[in-house]
Design a protein around this ligand. Structure first.
Ligand SMILES: Nc1ncnc2c1ncn2[C@@H]1O[C@H](COP(=O)(O)OP(=O)(O)OP(=O)(O)O)[C@@H](O)[C@H]1O
Ligand SMILES: [Mg+2]
Length: 497
């Protein structure tokens, strides 16, 4: 039989670079794989300290981290991962396994260090962690709540939004069989039934459905949910639910309904107020005309030096004022007939300004007209539209008080078929608490005798009757801009022929 040194043969046949160390940390032997891999020759390496050979250090490693001491102490093998740089600068990961070699007495006499290159495994592991973190990040940043549970109802995963919505911490929820408590009694079973049916999105799927969930504190919350079964090799392994809290949506809908209701009540109130005003105005109009005629007759009869003449004049002035109010009331309540003709907006506004030319209120105010080029035609009642602009201009002048500017701007949008008029002033602006009331009948902030609060109500009545709209576009303590829009009248070829 061949005389073979089996121990040496075995040592050199190991496919991992391997060293044998003495207890005083010196290299006693290195196998061929080690010498090849780290390009040493036997003479160079034997007798050198392990920290020089393995870590390139001049001093021993710290006692706590020294694997050699650990093996001596525990008499058991140990392994540690070491990261180094390769010649090309790439990271190299090595698994260094230290195993005790016992003598016949059972004492640790040498230590075997075996080095395994685990760079590929380590890089795969790093890549795996990176993509898992990335996916987890995506799921966690979703605003929808996401929960994954196994088929027994044990929670496997809950994203951040789910923890917030359901009120559970990861520690309490994950790993515990609480899925059925997330729904009203029977809810979880009904979801599973639907998931397994064909009717709600196909087998394994449940399209968006509204339902109620129960939070950790027992609160019922309406949600929108969709769910799916996760399969592995055709076998059901988990379910995933995606939930969106419906409370904000329900709250907005409630507010909208409430606003709609208030608007409706308000417009009903205004409509009946308008009818009442129209009735009263009609009744008052005739006696007022009678007073006016009689007073005028008396005035004519009286001698010039009659002291009553001044009183009669006052009666006539006040009656005329009453007649104006009645006229406004009728316009407001849309009882006045519209005399429809084709008008040009720029010239209607010019006429309103010329009517107010000598008005004391406008004497210190700069008027700027930014009119659109060309005609802005619309169908309407000239006198009523003039009344609109005189009302608006007087309101602006009142808001300005001393000096300031009123800008009247006209424009059109052919595609929308609209004329726009903007009345801007550098006045005091409309306070927030006043703004919702300005179109109300008899609402005024002016002192008695200066305003009746019919102006804007009348304006709105006329504009709406003409198929248009009026709104406050902007207001601040620096001034106000009202915007009026009216249907643009376009002359078609047919009309011209
Ligand atoms: N351009 C404006 N700037 C600031 N406030 C305004 C302006 N226009 C209207 N307002 C506010 O709206 C209120 C209602 O206006 P409206 O024209 O209906 O009544 P009035 O001017 O007070 O009285 P009337 O027009 O009947 O003489 C005003 O009292 C005022 O507070
Ligand atoms: Mg007014």
């Amino acid at each position: 039989m061949e005389n073979i040194d089996w121990q040496k043969k075995l040592f050199d046949s190991l496919s991992f670079p391997t060293l044998i160390l003495s207890l005083d940390m010196k290299v006693v032997a290195a196998n061929i794989r080690f010498l090849q891999k780290y390009t040493y020759n036997k003479e160079q390496i034997v007798g050198k300290k392990c920290y020089e050979v393995l870590y390139g250090l001049k001093m021993p490693c710290e006692e706590v981290s020294c694997p050699l001491l650990k093996v001596i102490k525990t008499r058991k093998g140990t392994s540690s991962t070491n990261k180094t740089k390769g010649n090309n600068g790439d990271d190299i990961y090595e698994d260094r396994v230290c195993s005790p070699i016992f003598n016949d007495k059972g004492d640790v006499s040498y230590i075997l260090v075996s080095i395994r290159d685990i760079t590929n495994i380590k890089l795969l592991e790093i890549e795996f962690h990176r993509s898992r973190d990335f996916l987890e990040n995506i799921i966690n940043s979703s605003v929808s709540a996401i929960i994954v549970a196994d088929m027994r109802g044990v929670i496997l995963f809950m994203n951040e939004s789910a923890r917030k919505l359901f009120g559970y911490t990861t520690k309490i929820a994950v790993g515990n069989s609480i899925a059925e408590y997330l729904y009203t009694p029977g809810g979880a079973r009904s979801i599973m039934k639907k998931l397994r049916s064909r009717r709600y999105g196909g087998v394994g799927k449940l399209y968006t459905t509204n339902m109620t969930i129960i939070t950790s504190s027992g609160k019922k919350v309406p949600v929108e949910m969709n769910a799916s079964i996760i399969y592995e090799n055709g076998k059901e392994i988990a379910t995933m639910g995606i939930y969106n809290d419906l409370r904000p949506k329900i709250e907005i809908e409630k507010k909208l309904r409430e606003a709609e209701r208030i608007k409706l009540t308000q417009s009903n109130k205004m409509a009946s107020l308008g009818q009442l005003a129209a009735g009263v105005a009609h009744e008052i109009n005739n006696p007022l005309s009678g007073i006016l005629i009689d007073a005028s007759l008396i005035l004519e009869e009286l001698e010039n030096d009659n002291p009553l003449k001044e009183d009669i004049k006052n009666i006539i002035d006040d009656t005329n004022r009453c007649k104006d109010i009645v006229k406004n009331l009728l316009a407001y309540s849309r009882q006045v007939e519209i005399k429809e003709e084709t008008l040009d907006m720029n010239s209607v506004i010019e006429q309103a300004f010329s009517l107010l030319k000598n008005h004391a209120l406008l004497q210190n105010i700069t008027i700027k007209k930014e009119f659109s080029d060309g005609m802005l035609l619309f169908k309407g009642d000239k006198n009523q539209l003039i009344q609109v602009f005189t009302n608006m201009i007087i309101n602006s002048a009142h808001a300005i008080k001393d000096t300031g500017t009123i800008i009247m701007k006209t424009d059109r949008d052919k595609s929308k078929g609209k004329i726009y008029v903007e009345i801007s002033d550098t006045g005091c602006g409309i306070p927030e608490n006043v703004l919702p009331k300005i179109f109300d009948l008899f609402f005024t902030t002016k002192e008695e005798g200066k305003g009746t609060g019919l102006g804007l109500g009348t304006v709105q009545g006329i504009i709406e009757k003409h198929g248009g709209k009026i709104k406050v576009k902007e207001t601040s303590p620096k001034g106000t801009t009202f915007q009026i829009s009216l249907p643009l009248f376009t002359v078609s070829r047919n009309t011209l022929v």
